[in-house]
Each structure stands twice: as structure tokens, then as C-alpha cells.
Design a protein around this ligand. Sequence first.
Ligand SMILES: C[S@@+](CC[C@H](N)C(=O)[O-])C[C@H]1O[C@@H](n2cnc3c(N)ncnc32)[C@H](O)[C@@H]1O
Length: 450
Amino acid sequence: MSTAATRPQRGDELELTIDSLAYGGAGVARHDGYVVFVSGALPGDRVRAVVSKRKRAYAEARATAILAPGPDRIEPVADHPGAPWQVLAYERQLEVKQAQVHDALTRLGHLEGFDLEPIVPAAETWRYRNKLEYSFGTGPDGELQCGFHAPGRWDEIVPIADCLLGSEASNRARDQIVGWCREQGLTAYDRRSGEGVLRNLVVREGRRTGALQVRLVTTAAPLDRESLGAAGHGLEGLLWTRSDSPAETTQGGETELVAGVDRFTEIVGSMSFAISPTAFFQTNTEMAERLYALATEYAAPTGLERVFDLYCGIGTIGMLISPRVAEVWGLELIEEAIADAIANARANEVDNARFFAGDVRLALRELNERAGRPDLLVVDPPRPGLSQKVVRRVIEAGPSTIVYVSCNPTTLAPNAAQLAEGGYRLVRVRPVDMFPQTPHIECVAELRRG
Ligand SMILES: C[S@@+](CC[C@H](N)C(=O)[O-])C[C@H]1O[C@@H](n2cnc3c(N)ncnc32)[C@H](O)[C@@H]1O
């Protein structure tokens, strides 16, 4: 039994043995019966860890030293904060993800009687990302750094010379613009002092088209725009976002085109998609193709269906399924994404798909009245999943099939449980590894009415 006296305090240094991995990637250990989630630790590791947060039922800690490695631990290939699971052999990463989906559905959702199909492994375990968001910082000798935040640190950057999650071309595009920043003598924005200019650098790459787009995010300070434009030679597009937000985010601010074109193009399946800087696009093109193919397989269309594609982004899922169904109605919050979806439908000669900007929570009923009852409803929500109200609206819409594309099994589980109470049966689920070397899990679920 844990008592208040044995609960560790913030800042305490503990020696712990890790039992398992929690959803999200932290190791789980017990200290006098009290649960401690330890980042940077794997099952079987004996670690020294510093407590960063203490709650009533658990604490969070960060491993500062591996005292004795567990049996699954392997040597990392790079100092890369974006690849925390590189110390776990890839086969084990897949096993853990598969088990976490099973756990979420059975333990959180109390679901049973469904098939959990084997996880689809990634085509590439490194250099798979089509988008990388770097941060700027200042090194110990005052030098400009570009890299990723050290785990749990907003004020410390791990500089990256070769990001192994991006292609070599995408690394060169980063260096090209960082080189210009150095030539200009620009410094990183410092949140504490409010000094400095450079905040983030976003590199996107059309893996099938070779198109490279760079977006430089700075404070509102002026830059030599003409010289920046010249530095963007060879890029499909160079954009500049000015933001005075105190938050560390690449969203928001004022974006202008400095050179080239503002949308970058990618090919998925047989279709090409132009993507605005603010629109969502899956970060692993090759695996997005597999994910969408799996969603279509689970939908098993006959050609007669009316399909709702909710949280449709730039319309990828709806458009890829459109040749095999009667009609598609897409709904998405971000207006630029809907403008992209409409333009993409035209460019791909898709004439049975319509796209609308709106909040699913408010607009689904209206869509149902306007379009008529859907036969197939696809949802692909962000990590928090669907609210209970949205699930009620989905049940009310009454599709015979629901295909749920989820980037978070812990929110899929309660959503699927509520759908089950509303008369849907969870038929099968399959994880797809979109994010090797990280704990992120994507999966597709098929639910049928009755
Ligand atoms: C995981 S993405 C999926 C996008 C698309 N299905 C794809 O595969 O590219 C989730 C999308 O939901 C949108 N979104 C978030 N909240 C929403 C809401 N309340 N109503 C409609 N769309 C929303 C986001 O803008 C984002 O495009």
C-alpha cells in the first residue's frame, strides 16, 4: 500500500525497474506501490530517474541514467528527440503497438468479439516523414542552432545535422535556408528575453513529386525579403510566417509567399493533391496510401453508396474512394483545406464528391438533411477523437457501415464502445505503423450496424 509519506516528491531522484510501456511511450515502474511513468525508459531497464510531476495516483519522471539495460534495448543510431523508440528493436515496436491497441479496446472500451488484424509494418523505418518542424535555438557559444527540443525542455535544442526521419533532399532544403539565416546574422527568438527573430522552420516534401517547400517562422521583425527569396532557389515554394504568439507553435500568424508557389503537391494512389500550408496532410505518404487502401477495403463499397467523409482535410479519403461509390460528401473545419479539396477534386476529374467547411459537431445534422442518410460514414478525427455528442450524431445519421481512422486507440476505444451501445458492432481493427521509432499509433476500425 502506498502512503503519503512514501510518495516521491518533485525533483526526487529514484532508482526504478521498468515493468512495461504505457500508451504514449513512457515506461511504467512502481515505487513502494506508487506508479511512476518514466520517459526514456524501456521494459526491464533499471534506471535512475528524476520526478518531474507528482499527482495523487501517480508520478511522472525522466530517466537520467540507464543503470542496467533491459533485454529489448538496442543502441540508438542518432541523437534525435523525434525518435524516442529507436532504442527498441523495430519488431518489438510493432508488438508493443499491436498490444496497446488490444489493451485500449478491451480494457478501456470493454469491447470483445472483434478481429484485431496484425499491424501493417512501415515500408521505411527511417527517412519516412514528408514534413519536419524544426525549432531554432542558441548554442553554448552563442551560435545559431536548428533542431528539435530536448525531451521535456522548451529552452534546449538538440541541433540536427542530418535528420534521419526526413529524406536527404529535405535535409538539404533545411540547410539551404538555415545557411541564409546565418549569413544574415539572424538569431533565435528567446522566449525569456523576447530577443531574437527565428522561431521555426517547416520543411515539407512531396515524396512522389520531389517538390520541396520551406516555411520560415519568425517574430514580426522585418527580414530582407528579396534576399530570402533568392535563397529559396530550387524550392517549389518558400513561405514566411510572422507570429508574435507566445506559444511554441507553427500554426497561426501571417503567412506570405516569398518564392515559388504556396501549395505543394503530393501523389497518393492514382491522384495528385495540392496542399495548403495550413491544411492537414498525413506525414508518411507511403503509409498513408496503405492506410487509405485499408479504409477502402474495410468499407467494401459496392458502387451504390452515399459516403460521408468527416474530418476530411484536403479530401484524400473521399476522393480515393470516389471511383467505387455513388457520391461523397466531405466535411472539414479548415476552410483552406476545403478549398484544396474542391480544387483537387476538379484536378483529378472527380465529379461525384462535394466538400463543405464546417464543424462536424454542428454541421453533421445539416449535412444529413441536405445529402440524405449515408450508407458509409468515414471518420478521421484528431487525437481527442469524437465527443459523445458527435458519436450521438453519427448514430442518428444511421450509416450501415462506419470506418473509423484513428490516430489514438485510447479515444477510439470509448468512441467504439458508445457506437456499440448505439447498435454498431466492432467487426475488425488493424493498426498501421505510420510512425516508426515513435510511440504513435494509427489504426483503422470497421463497424457495422446490427
Ligand atoms: C487526422 S486529420 C484527417 C484529415 C484527412 N482525413 C486526411 O487523411 O488527410 C483530422 C482533420 O480534422 C479536422 N478537424 C478538427 N476538428 C474538426 C471539427 N470539429 N470539425 C471538422 N473538422 C475538424 C482537422 O482540421 C484535420 O484536417
